[in-house]
Write a protein that binds this ligand. Structure first.
Ligand SMILES: Nc1nc2c(ncn2[C@@H]2O[C@H](COP(=O)(O)OP(=O)(O)O)[C@@H](O)[C@H]2O)c(=O)[nH]1
Ligand SMILES: [Mg+2]
Length: 235
C-alpha cells in the first residue's frame, strides 16, 4: 500500500485547521498522514494541531520557531516526507480554497503521472468568488508565468497538487531560491526541465471563508520578479 503525506503549511489558520484535518481524515484513505507545518502562528494554530496530533496517528505537526515563509515551510515538510518514505506527497492550503474532496482524484491520476495538479483552468474547474481586481491580476500573472517558463499546463500557480516521490528527490530541494509563494512555480519549473509528466484534474477553488490571506501586492510583484530569476538560474 503506497504511503501518502498531505503537507499543509499554516500561518494563522486557527479557524480552519481543525475542520480541515477532520475532513481529510474522514476520507479514510489508507496509509495517509496529514502533516501540518506551522510557523509559530500567533493565533495558536500550532496548539490546535498538537491536540489533534495526540488524538490521531494520521496527523503529524512540524513547528518552526524561527523561520517564516510558505516556501521554506513547504521545503522543510517535503524533506521530512522523503525521510519518512512517502510514496506520494500532496500539498494544499489550509483555508479550504483547496477542498480535501479532491484528494482522491489526485491519488487516482498519480498512478499514471509524476505530478497531478488540482487545476482551476481545465473543463470542470473553476476559480470562484474572487473580486474582479484579484481575478485580473491572477489571470495576468498566470499567463505571464506560463509563457515565461514554457510549462505545458494551464494552472501554473496551483498550490494544490500531488508529486511522486521521485520528483521531489530529483529537484534538489535544498537549493531552491524562493522563500515565499513563488516556490510553487519554482518546483513546477524544475520538474518541467527534468521532463516529468504532468496531468491536470479539475478543482473548484473557493475563496477563503475564514482567516486572512497572506498574499499582498508586494508578494505578488516579488513572485513575478522571481520568474526571471528561475530562467536565469535553471537552464
Ligand atoms: N508555514 C507557513 N505557512 C504559510 C505562511 N504564509 C502562508 N502560509 C500558508 O500557506 C497557505 C496559502 O496562504 P494564503 O494566505 O491562503 O494565500 P492565498 O491562498 O494566495 O491567499 C495557507 O495555508 C497559509 O496558512 C508562512 O509564512 N508559513
Ligand atoms: Mg488561500
Amino acid at each position: 500500500m503506497p504511503k501518502t503525506y498531505v503537507v499543509i503549511p499554516t500561518y494563522n489558520e486557527a479557524e480552519n485547521i481543525e475542520a480541515l484535518l477532520k475532513a481529510i481524515l474522514a476520507l479514510e484513505i489508507p496509509e495517509l498522514i496529514a502533516l501540518v507545518v506551522d510557523d509559530n502562528s500567533p493565533d495558536g494554530t500550532g496548539a490546535i494541531a498538537d491536540r489533534l496530533e495526540k488524538e490521531s496517528p494520521n496527523i503529524k505537526v512540524i513547528h518552526r520557531m524561527k523561520d517564516r515563509g510558505r516556501g521554506s515551510a513547504g521545503i522543510e515538510a517535503f524533506n521530512f516526507t522523503l525521510k519518512e518514505e512517502a510514496d506520494y506527497i500532496i500539498e494544499m492550503d489550509a483555508d479550504f480554497s483547496h477542498h480535501p474532496k479532491y484528494i482522491p482524484d489526485l491519488l487516482k491520476y498519480i498512478k499514471d503521472y509524476d505530478i497531478v495538479l488540482g487545476s482551476r483552468f481545465v473543463p470542470g474547474g473553476k476559480d470562484s468568488d474572487r473580486g474582479w481586481s484579484r481575478k485580473i491580476i491572477t489571470t495576468f500573472a498566470r499567463n505571464y508565468i506560463k509563457w515565461m517558463l514554457g510549462v505545458k499546463v494551464n494552472d501554473v500557480t496551483s498550490g494544490y497538487r500531488c508529486f511522486r516521490r521521485r520528483v521531489l528527490e530529483a529537484i534538489d530541494l535544498d537549493h531552491m531560491i524562493s522563500t515565499g509563494p513563488s516556490i510553487v512555480s519554482e518546483i513546477l519549473y524544475k520538474a518541467h526541465l527534468k521532463g516529468f509528466s504532468m496531468y491536470e484534474t479539475p478543482i473548484i477553488f473557493e475563496d477563503r471563508k475564514k482567516g486572512e490571506t497572506k498574499l499582498n501586492l508586494g508578494i505578488l510583484l516579488k513572485t513575478l520578479w522571481m520568474i526571471f530569476e528561475f530562467k536565469r538560474k535553471y537552464k
